[in-house]
Design a protein around this ligand. Structure first.
Ligand SMILES: Nc1ncnc2c1ncn2[C@@H]1O[C@H](COP(=O)(O)OP(=O)(O)OP(=O)(O)O)[C@@H](O)[C@H]1O
Ligand SMILES: [Mg+2]
Length: 199
């Protein structure tokens, strides 16, 4: 893949400000960044939150790990290099969506602290809301929603987070949710409170 030097291109300013977009949509853009083990509840809560925000008249969109790997990131695997590139691209997309005025809900295992820091730097600390789905590996493995833990234990999946690849716990997330202890309804309420507090 050839990379253009930044000096080869210029930034072209448009004629619409972020303030005008916010006024049009009646909301401040932000990105919820859901991180946690496979089966922790990221996609489940992301899509419930999207539904709830739409019900409340907010324009939002879910960027989901599995879905994004069907298209934009279909050429990436699960090595640490590919995981970083996965997160970099998603963060850039989230940034663009925020610039368009949308509230973004990104649901990615994103196991490496450095990659989440990169996402925060790209999106902007003022817009980035880190949410740790802190459900334990034991519960996630017992759920085994996709049968992946069983395959990973059998040695059929390399680099599986929590089994054969690391998960680096967030040090200071905006919110921590253990879905084995908190109902989806209560988790949603906490997420909405977090967004309202930012406005
Ligand atoms: N309180 C809860 N909140 C969210 N999910 C819950 C809760 N209690 C049980 N679950 C169940 O946990 C599972 C979470 O799976 P989900 O696909 O959302 O995980 P994920 O974090 O997106 O995993 P992956 O990284 O593999 O995509 C679902 O089957 C869901 O029904
Ligand atoms: Mg998911």
């Amino acid at each position: 893949m050839s990379e253009q030097k930044p000096s080869d291109t210029v930034w072209h300013n448009g004629h619409v400000t972020s303030g005008e977009r916010a006024e049009l949509l009646g909301q401040q853009p932000a990105t919820f960044w859901f991180t946690g083990l496979s089966g922790a509840g990221k996609s489940t809560l992301a899509f419930l939150l999207e539904r709830e925000l739409l019900n409340r008249g907010r324009a939002c969109y879910v960027l989901d790990g599995d879905n994004v790997r069907h298209g934009l990131n279909r050429n990436l695997g699960f090595s640490s290099t590919d995981r970083s590139e996965n997160i970099r691209r998603i963060a850039e997309v989230a940034k663009l969506m925020n610039e368009a005025g949308l509230i973004v809900i990104a649901a990615f295992i994103s196991p490496y602290r450095a990659d989440r820091e990169m996402a925060k730097a790209i999106i902007g600390a003022d817009k980035f809301i880190e949410v740790h789905l802190a459900t334990s590996i034991e519960v996630c493995e017992q759920r085994d929603v996709k049968g992946m833990y069983k395959k990973a234990r059998a040695g059929l999946i390399a680099d599986f987070t929590g089994i054969s690849a690391p998960y680096e716990t967030p040090e200071a997330p905006s919110l921590k949710i253990d879905t084995s202890q908190v109902s989806p309804e209560d988790a949603l309420s906490a997420l909405i409170r977090l967004l309202l507090a930012k406005e």
